[in-house]
Design a protein around this ligand. Structure first.
Ligand code: HEM
Length: 321
């Protein structure tokens, strides 16, 4: 039933003669208004789109890749880091004091960059090197004397290796001096110890590869030490009790035989170029991830007034101590 109080009738303005007229009038006014709006909107939108084409940051291609504006606000800077696959590996915000060179010595970062240089130059060296007794030393001579930029390539690899060993020790020393091995970073310290071992193993396995006298004797001495490994070496404690002989102990496994020869060269090569770099890379990923998860680089202790020193501290730093 129609509502008598409603001047438009009970079904939304459609009943009765006056109601019909009202509807027609309103529809035609609405249509006129829409046409009027389109007349002004279309040129404005077209103008905007043409302007947009002139400004590359307004094109659909650009906005589909970069999802936020480039204004220099703290929010946009954080978004810039978080929405980029490479940059998001870094934290959006860091403690300024924690990244001072005077605090970190930059040694963790330098060690990592040396590892990148080693990987890059190492892959290039693989194009020229064969891990066989006949070829290995010849390839080194070929690189030194005939390959264009071969000498610099080989020496970049050697020097980066020496520097990485020095860098990793200095990094460990700094972490020790700043007490950054303490709670909550104990686990990352242990990952670091493994990284140190793998860095040294990379150096050691690389030593044999030129197949020169230096490498041969270094590896002879190094692997002879493995004879004395507890349980696994034939001269080590309990080794003979477990049936270890020069032909089945850990040294035999490392060399692929009982003397430093062709098998040892091949095994060194595979450990050096594949096995150890893969494990070290995975450990580095865990190491960096943990630096983030442990609250970022530790940072120097905040300066406090003497009056504040006794008060209990609040915030994430307090939990980390
Ligand atoms: C391949 C070897 C290594 C690489 C590439 C590496 C890289 C890094 C980097 C980039 C950082 C950030 C802070 C900084 O640069 O000082 C860091 C922090 C740290 N590293 Fe290493 N690291 C390595 C080996 C080690 C070793 C040998 C240890 C200790 C045994 C260690 C323990 C730590 C700890 C505890 C932190 C956190 C320090 C803090 O929060 O102040 N790392 N590492």
């Amino acid at each position: 039933m129609a509502d008598e109080n409603n001047p438009n009738g009970g079904n939304g303005g459609g009943s009765g003669k006056n109601g019909k007229v009202g509807l027609v009038e309103r529809v035609s006014t609405g249509v006129k208004e829409d046409i009027q709006a389109l007349k002004t909107d279309i040129p404005t939108k077209a103008k905007e789109q043409i302007e947009g084409l002139k400004d590359p940051t307004k094109t659909q291609v650009y906005t589909s890749i970069f999802r936020h504006k480039h204004d220099d606000t703290p929010r946009n800077r954080a978004l810039g880091v978080l929405s980029n696959v490479f940059l998001h590996l870094h934290p959006a915000k860091i403690n300024r004091d924690a990244v001072r060179y005077s605090y970190t010595w930059g040694m963790g970062g330098i060690t990592f960059y040396l590892f990148i240089i080693l990987t890059y130059t190492g892959v290039l060296l693989m194009f020229y090197y064969h891990p066989s007794k006949v070829q290995a030393f010849r390839d080194v001579l070929y690189l030194e004397h005939d390959v264009p930029f071969g000498k610099i390539l080989r020496n970049m690899h050697r020097w980066a290796a020496h520097l990485m060993v020095i860098g990793v020790w200095l990094h460990m020393f700094r972490v020790f001096l700043t007490g950054s091995y303490k709670k909550p970073r104990e686990f990352n310290w242990n990952i670091g110890v493994l990284l140190l071992v793998f860095t040294l193993l990379l150096s050691f396995t690389g030593y044999l590869l030129p197949d020169d006298q230096l490498g041969f004797w270094a590896v002879t001495v190094g692997t002879n030490m493995a004879r004395a490994t507890p349980l696994l070496g034939h001269e080590g404690p309990f080794g003979s009790m477990l049936g270890m002989t020069p032909y089945n102990d850990v040294r035999f496994g490392l060399l692929g035989g009982s003397i430093v020869d062709a098998n040892a060269l091949l095994r060194s090569y595979i450990w050096h170029c594949i096995g150890i770099p893969i494990v070290a890379s995975i450990l580095m990923i865990v190491h960096f991830w943990r630096v983030r998860k442990d609250g970022g680089i530790s940072g120097p202790a905040p300066v406090m007034l003497e009056a504040e020193a006794d008060k209990p501290r609040r915030g994430p730093k307090a939990a980390g101590e």
